[in-house]
Design a protein around this ligand. Structure first.
Ligand SMILES: [Zn+2]
Length: 272
């Protein structure tokens, strides 16, 4: 049942019933199969968010499956301190080999995610990872010397074993040219909304020209916060216009997990 229908029923009954009674009426009126569906849905997707009682500092308490969000020692995102990163030879730079892609966009309630057609990949220390999807956060999740940029883009890749490598691109608010002009009008604004981009477009336009990169071992930045993710964050940002930032903020007001302790991990800076 949509929340719109529930709201309509509530307002229709508002004169004669309290909220609690309305809720009970709706529950008992639901068919057994609808209730079973709701229970299945609850098991499959525990509600989490970026603020309040279901926000980042509570994720670990929302489900046993989210334990890593609280106990993990190699969590993402992290701050990228320009002075403390350990320099590495350019041999350690990843190779980015993106091809023109088509994409299916979906608003999943946390981000706008673009599931892309196959054929694009990165190579990390000799291992190829195939690009699966890209998505956005506002403001940025990674910080550089404690400073956020307006947004951050994540390109999520998987190797043959299913292990993940994510390339993070910081998006700096800047008036003028933006690579996102064609994409932005397609972003689905409603949760569950979808849009298809059937004409192949060039993903490399979303990357900065400079490929200096931070590398570290981290996690998913959303529940279940699974570790074992290889992170590559490009040092140079790309531009996003103030209007595009505002438009995205109207879809998701805030969608960044706070930075996590580096603990005993090594943060490497690779000049490409
Ligand atoms: Zn992300």
């Amino acid at each position: 049942m949509s929340s719109r229908v529930i709201r309509a029923r509530m307002s229709a009954l508002a004169g004669v019933a309290t909220l609690a009674v309305v809720t009970a009426t709706l529950t008992s009126a639901a068919s057994p199969s609808a209730e079973a569906d709701q229970q299945t849905e609850k098991r499959e997707s525990v509600h989490w968010s970026y603020h309040g009682r279901t926000g980042p500092d509570r994720w670990a308490t929302l489900s046993e499956d989210f334990a890593a969000c609280g106990e993990g020692r190699e969590q993402s995102p992290v701050d990228l301190p320009t002075d403390a990163a350990i320099g590495a030879s350019s041999d350690a730079a990843i190779t980015i080999d993106y091809r023109p892609v088509t994409a299916d966009l979906v608003n999943n309630g946390h981000t706008v995610q673009a599931n892309v057609s196959p054929g694009s990949r990165i190579v990390v220390d000799g291992t190829p990872y195939e690009l699966q999807q890209f998505h956005f956060h506002l403001p940025s999740e990674h910080t550089e010397d404690g400073e956020h940029t307006a947004m951050e883009m994540h390109f999520v890749h998987a190797d043959a074993a299913g292990d993940l490598a994510v390339v993070g691109v910081l998006m700096e608010r800047e008036a003028g040219e933006s690579a996102f002009t064609d994409l932005w009008p397609n972003l689905p604004t409603e949760e569950g909304g979808e849009a298809a981009i059937d004409e192949a477009f060039d993903l490399t336009e979303f990357l900065p020209e400079g490929r200096d990169q931070y590398r570290y071992d981290g996690s998913l930045t959303t529940p279940p916060c699974t570790e074992g993710v290889r992170w590559i964050v490009l040092d140079d940002p790309v531009s996003v216009t103030p209007g595009q930032v505002t438009a995205y903020r109207h879809i998701f007001h805030k969608s960044n997990r706070p930075t996590q302790p580096l603990n005993d991990r090594v943060l490497t800076f690779v000049e490409d």
